[in-house]
Design a protein around this ligand. Structure first.
Ligand SMILES: NC(=O)c1ccc[n+]([C@@H]2O[C@H](COP(=O)([O-])OP(=O)(O)OC[C@H]3O[C@@H](n4cnc5c(N)ncnc54)[C@H](O)[C@@H]3O)[C@@H](O)[C@H]2O)c1
Length: 341
């Protein structure tokens, strides 16, 4: 019997890709998602890719009864906890909604895990927990001082995980700090499908390419970086998903532990470099305009991925070209995302 892994938020962008890698690695994903930012179509597509459509329970992580029923109905070997709201700007406008969904939601999930004696967890954290440490390369032992409610929520949850692991024996926890996930499964069947205007660079680029947006707005051309645009560490979503399977295998095979790991490539790519790489894949230039910096953005950062390499034996495999090629394949085949189906 393949061990069952509860995947909260599994219908979303990263969660659906994680389901593909879990199935390929011999696990059975069981998805719990309230579909507030996703559609069940993503899981039907996972079924087309893998031959196994993950079971979906449409419920909220704040619904204790639904969680208790789920844990009572089958043995669960571990939880991958992706469910959360993720728009930084929105979190500054509506912090209570973010803390209720992300922080209180995580507390509810952890309490249900405790009641069910399921103590293996992989948590979606974020590079936003670091804030502005004054260094460009972020390492796990740096002081965290997030600068917005979204990042503060992730940091609160990480601290709570530390308290929990210290208070009760048996917890196996990995808090994975993602850098900037982009790209899509190479089939083009699943990918990033933001509702409303995209908040991130890659969906903005692909939506310009497909004609949904008139031009790309580049926020700031006067950053202290080689070409003046912001620099980030982009990671192919399939590399990220494989990092989760590596973390899961590690947790299941080792003594109880609390790991905090960066998942990034270790390389900084500028917005304009990303745009040029995408244009090469596309075979034409895209309209773009440099506009004012966005409040809260910083010039440049990227991951130090050494710890994840040493602990998990995992590192990124897919390059910038693959990120652009796969993102474009997805958007071209699904110009309106899953609603194109
Ligand atoms: N995409 C990124 O750039 C990025 C970077 C760092 C961290 N993360 C984190 O990774 C996780 C997954 O991100 P994603 O990009 O796949 O986002 P996503 O919005 O595509 O997926 C999140 C999923 O969680 C579900 N969800 C949200 N709140 C829920 C709740 N209360 N109960 C049940 N389901 C709920 C949504 O419907 C969605 O399917 C999030 O926790 C996010 O904060 C994302």
């Amino acid at each position: 019997m393949n061990p069952t892994i509860l995947v909260t938020g599994g219908a979303g962008y990263i969660g659906a890709h994680a389901c593909v890698t879990l199935i390929a690695a011999g696990f059975t994903p069981l998805v719990l998602d309230n579909l507030c930012n996703s559609s069940a179509e993503s899981l039907r597509r996972v079924g087309r890719i893998t031959g196994v459509e993950p079971r979906l329970i449409v419920a909220d992580i704040r619904d204790a009864q639904a969680l208790d029923a789920l844990f009572a109905a089958q043995p669960v070997a571990a939880v991958m906890h992706f469910a959360g709201l993720k728009a930084v700007g929105e979190s500054t406008r509506d912090p209570l909604r973010y803390h209720d969904n992300n922080v209180a939601g995580s507390i509810g999930l952890l309490q249900a895990m405790q009641r069910a004696a399921v103590r293996t967890l992989i948590f979606s954290s974020s590079a936003t927990v670091y804030g502005e440490p004054g260094f460009e390369q972020f390492r796990e032992d740096m002081r965290c001082d997030p600068v917005n409610p979204y990042g503060r929520g992730k940091w609160m949850i990480e601290q709570m995980l530390g308290d929990l692991a210290a208070s009760e024996a048996g917890w196996r926890i990995a808090a994975l700090r993602y850098f900037n996930p982009v790209g899509a499964h190479a089939s083009g069947l699943i990918g990033e499908d933001p509702r409303g205007a995209p908040d991130n660079l890659m969906p903005a680029i692909t939506q310009v390419a497909v004609g949904r947006l008139p031009k790309l707005r580049v926020f700031g051309g006067d950053w202290p970086t080689p070409d003046g645009s912001g620099v980030r560490d982009y990671i192919h979503v399939m590399d990220l998903a494989e990092g989760h399977v590596a973390a899961l295998r590690h947790l299941l095979a080792h003594d109880p532990t609390l790991l905090t790991l960066n998942l990034g490539s270790g390389h900084g790519i500028s917005v304009l470099q990303m745009l040029r790489a995408f244009e090469q894949v596309l075979g034409r230039a895209l309209p773009c305009e440099i506009v004012a910096r966005r409040p809260g953005d910083i010039a440049a950062y990227w991951a130090d991925p050494t710890l994840a390499a040493n602990v998990l034996g995992w590192r990124t495999q897919r390059d910038l070209h693959a990120m652009c090629r796969d993102a474009w394949r997805w958007q071209q085949a699904n110009p309106r995302g899953y609603a194109s189906a």
